[in-house]
Design a binder for this molecule. Structure first.
Ligand code: FAD
Length: 482
């Protein structure tokens, strides 16, 4: 606040919360507290600012995360004011209602939100108000990290090297002990009136079992991960049923924890057992940074092929297969288990995301944008950068992408990463009694084995919608003719 030291200490500061639903390592909130002025915390839901409207699963998360944040702020002596409407007008009205002369927020990096925030800052300053923004959700500022030639990075390894050769990440900022509340507290809308929860409450049943949205939930995940799971991370992270990954993605997507906090916690944790899995984990966080870097420089990443050579590709797949894929009814157990995991828990293991995405794009020849949209709607960690960047990576059209001729074999991938079929059995109970030998290829099981396992192919579990070998050859032909 040095530059724009507020003059009147009685006038409140508005702190805008968006994708930063936390009180610790929240630099905007910390700066507001430091100013010594009363703090008014606000969450404005502007569905028309050009940013991507949240999908169904992420809205479920947002509802609960806002509830937790509101409780946390109340514990600190303030509340959270919820408002819906265009950002500029809503901020203007809040300034009037509260008499605030300062607006602070943490930066967003998806291009429409970044543009909206830049516009807001300019207009507030033109009106003589103080407007400041702070870092928080990324370790790097995408506008500042440049290649030697002055462009942006299109390949991950040099990007990561450049990031690591820069200054050490800053230390996280502590949560405030208390907030001075304004005596002109604006009236809040009711969270329940926002209808963020799914119309079909049974959809979210599995989300509730698996997740604890909010800052405390993020910290219990991180602590559990550092205590036990990190040790087997490098080896185990590809095994979908090993449960050794951090599970932090939805918490990061909603800003309940920051990469600065995660890196600081990793630093405090000593390497164990002679191998240091922390580096592998840091690099995964680096992929998140890379995706944001790509999105920042390619605003239409979710619609437009990064590599325009793919623009002429003919997506000639049968739409019926899109439906089968969405429902987990393709007949390929590892794909179907992944799609059912997604539907019931709001996430899918990373390895299986790659297999399922590859199956839709390459086996079914369905446009990657269809898969991206489905993930956007069903993932609790749906992220405007990571989702399109990873879909394009699998399609081969993205930056530093998997080559088009790398077509995952869903049978061999299943056998390699889920050898006993534990993951498949969990999400496809119809195959529970299938012997491991056939769990990833039930259509090859002899009749007596199917009968012993109680499986009637075609009714209990589908026969494959497409033959793997034929699909692979068809995909290679299509890609070659591009
Ligand atoms: P961990 O292995 O514990 O990794 C730690 C963190 O690193 C993650 O929380 C995430 O923030 C980051 N990370 C790890 N892998 C990647 C990656 N490939 N790309 C970007 N960041 C990564 N991740 C999302 O957060 N949101 C999405 O919408 C999303 N969509 C995806 C779509 C496809 C087709 C694929 C193949 C991957 C997608 N990912 C997405 C990346 C990855 O699958 C998830 O980040 C990961 O599974 C989350 O689990 P975790 O937190 O336990 O990961």
């Amino acid at each position: 606040m040095a530059k724009d030291e507020p003059k009147d200490r009685s006038k409140p500061v508005l702190v805008l919360f968006r994708n930063d639903l936390r009180v610790a390592d929240n630099r905007a909130l910390a700066a507001a507290v430091q100013s010594g002025k009363p703090v008014t915390a606000v969450f404005i839901r502007d569905e028309k600012d050009g940013s991507r409207p949240a999908g169904g699963a992420a809205r479920w998360w947002l509802h609960h995360s806002l509830q937790r944040l509101s409780e946390k702020l109340a514990g600190l002596g303030s509340g959270l004011c919820l408002r819906r409407g265009p950002m500029h007008e809503t901020v203007a009205s809040l300034l009037k209602e509260t008499g605030a002369d300062t607006v602070l927020w943490n930066r967003r990096y998806d291009p429409p939100s970044a543009a909206a925030d830049a516009g807001l800052k300019k207009s507030l300053r033109e009106h003589g108000l103080t407007a400041e923004s702070f870092d928080g959700c990324l370790l790097h500022e995408p506008s500042r990290l440049k290649t030697g030639a002055g462009g942006f990075y299109k390949v991950y390894t040099p990007f990561w090297k450049a990031l690591c050769s820069g200054p050490e990440p800053r230390d996280p900022v502590d949560a405030p002990d208390k907030l001075v509340c304004s005596d002109r507290t604006p009236k809040s809308e009711k969270l329940d009136d926002w209808n963020l929860l799914p119309k079909r409450p049974d959809w979210a049943g599995g989300f509730r079992e698996r997740w604890n949205p909010g800052e405390d939930g993020a910290w219990s995940r991180l602590n559990a991960f550092l205590e036990t799971e990190l040790e087997d991370y490098a080896e185990g992270r590809d095994r979908p049923f090993a449960d050794v990954t951090s599970g932090l993605s939805p918490h990061l997507a909603h800003g309940e924890i920051t990469p600065f906090q995660i890196l600081a916690a990793l630093k405090r944790k000593k390497a164990t057992g002679g191998h240091d899995d922390r580096e592998k984990f840091r690099k995964e966080l680096g992929w998140r940074e890379f995706c944001y870097h790509l999105l920042f420089h390619n605003p239409d990443l979710r619609n437009k092929n990064f590599n325009s050579a793919f623009d002429g590709f003919s997506w000639s797949g049968d739409p019926k297969n899109l439906h089968a894929w969405q429902r987990g009814q393709t007949g390929y157990p590892i794909v179907d288990a992944g799609m059912r995991e997604l539907w019931t828990t709001g996430v899918m293991h990373n390895r299986v995301r790659m297999i399922a995405a590859s199956f839709l794009i390459k086996h079914c020849l369905i446009d990657w944008r269809e898969g991206e949209k489905w993930f956007w709607d069903t993932l609790v960690d749906a992220d405007p950068a990571s989702n399109p960047a990873n879909w394009q990576w699998v399609a081969g059209s993205g930056a530093d992408a998997s080559p088009y001729f790398r077509i995952f074999n869903p049978i061999l991938q299943g056998e390699k990463f889920d050898p006993d079929g534990t993951y498949v059995r969990h999400f496809i109970p119809a195959l529970e009694k299938m012997p491991a030998k056939y769990i990833h290829r039930p259509w090859e099981a002899p009749k007596d084995i199917l009968a012993q396992a109680g499986v009637k192919l075609g009714s209990d579990y589908p026969v494959p919608v497409i033959d793997h070998k034929e699909a692979r050859e068809r995909a290679l032909r299509a890609y070659k003719s591009m």
